[in-house]
Design a protein around this ligand. Structure first.
Ligand SMILES: [Mg+2]
Length: 424
């Protein structure tokens, strides 16, 4: 990965549905805890890899619905597609060419049509190198016994993956989540970018291959499906590198960081000091994550001493500091904070959330940093986003970082007539 100069400190590989994404939690609380932890403590030197059974299109539509961070790499379609990068993405054509060996989609469709139990999934779930069906467990197991042989006689070598008691994927032999991740790890090794700290996270049958990668630590979230739990009973119950978390979804992933001692495991969302604004950690990425959480708490009316709160917030920035609002208006940061008075608790009755994505910081001088990130704000069911740059200066006597300048630019089609409620 070009973003990092050397080997990453941690490579975190996670499944999405029912692992990072908890479909039973409309508030996405644990995902947001994970997001804040990742951006504050890991983004600058670690790699985030999503590894999903979803087709690429279906993955993109999930990203529109959930507050998912931008990954460094997305492995989609049960390992059949590898895409690098954030906003401008590049597919790995070498990997896809490799999957073309002994693969013929038309023959797969022809032979599988002879099994009436196999119901083809919707078009958006299909890919060039993945044919996906729905089928019950019993017929699935019977078909898995005979289908590979039938296809091999016709020159097609496949891997079958069955998950969640319904999803039946026919893939090229080398595909699968494990095949794709192994390919990536080999590539990192050649580039001198392999680390010994790799964590894989999953919840169901199509994640099994991830747990078979010997150098990786693995966490099965507490809500894992029976097919994965059964595999664990038979293969990994005594393996200290693979754990079953006591927490579900994103909380189980955070638990694994702590249990394997892979790095910080306390989310800034869990230790936010809204009374004294104390901070133990002097780090630009952590500073911006914390500031926006404080701002979110104010808008949600969740602060205990609102009369002192804005003064505290002002103390984080220079009296000379300027905020360039995405509308083009420029004013001192302290004036913008005064304007927050009317917005205390204005979002209390609705879901209001802020999350930062792709936080990066670089030294401008030995005592100042430029921090760049995308800020996303969910309000009244709509997400608005801003590309943001913040200049932070280290104040030696007070042992703190001070906000000197903020510049915001609307992202995508986020600009709207209702700009009064957007401050930071
Ligand atoms: Mg899953």
């Amino acid at each position: 990965m070009d973003r990092l100069n050397g080997a990453p400190r941690l490579i975190l590989v996670t499944d999405l549905d029912c692992t990072l994404v908890d479909h039973d939690d409309p508030e996405n609380a644990d995902m947001l805890r994970f997001n804040a932890l990742w951006e504050a403590h890991y983004r600058h030197d670690s790699l985030l890899v999503y590894c999903t059974g979803r087709s690429y299109l279906s993955y993109l539509s999930l990203r529109k619905k959930k507050p998912l961070l931008t990954p460094d790499i997305a492995i989609t379609s049960v390992g059949c597609k590898i895409v690098y990068g954030g906003e401008s993405t590049v597919s790995d054509d070498d990997w896809e060419a490799r999957l073309g060996d002994m693969w013929n989609r038309d023959i797969v469709l022809e032979e599988t049509s002879k099994f009436p139990d196999l119901k083809l999934q919707q078009e958006k779930s299909q890919e060039q190198h993945k044919v996906s069906f729905s089928v019950d467990r019993e017929p699935a197991l019977e078909i898995m016994e005979i289908l590979p042989g039938i296809l091999l006689e016709r020159g097609v070598d496949v891997k079958l993956v069955y998950s969640n008691d319904f999803a039946f994927d026919v893939l090229p032999k080398g595909a699968g989540k494990g095949g794709a991740l192994t390919y990536l790890l080999e590539k990192f090794e050649v580039e001198g970018k392999l680390t010994s700290k790799i964590l894989v996270c999953g919840d169901s049958g199509n994640d099994i291959e991830l747990f078979e990668i010997p150098q990786a630590y693995g966490v099965m979230v507490s809500n894992s499906h029976n097919d994965l739990l059964q595999w664990r009973e038979e293969n990994a119950v005594d393996n200290p590198k693979i754990i079953l978390a006591s927490e579900r979804c994103g909380a189980g992933m955070i638990e694994a960081l702590q249990r394997f001692d892979l790095g910080p495991s306390i989310s800034p969302r869990d230790v936010l000091d809204t009374q004294n604004f104390n901070v133990e950690i002097m780090d630009p990425a952590h500073e911006v994550v914390r500031f926006y959480l404080l701002y979110e708490k104010w808008r949600c009316g969740e602060v205990e001493r609102p009369e002192n709160y804005l003064q505290h917030l002002k103390s984080l920035s220079s009296p000379l500091g300027i905020l360039e609002h995405p509308s083009g208006v420029e004013k001192p940061i302290h004036e913008w904070i005064d304007e927050m008075e009317n917005l205390h608790g204005d979002e209390r009755e609705i879901q209001f959330l802020i999350w930062l994505d792709q936080v990066s910081s670089s030294h401008v001088t030995s005592e100042s940093w430029l921090v760049k990130f995308d800020k996303h704000e969910l309000s009244e069911g709509k997400v608005r986003s801003c590309s943001t740059r913040v200049l932070l200066s280290f104040q030696g006597e007070q042992q703190k970082l001070t906000w000197m300048h903020i510049h915001q630019t609307w992202l995508d089609d986020s600009s709207s007539d209702d700009q009064d409620k957007w401050i930071f």
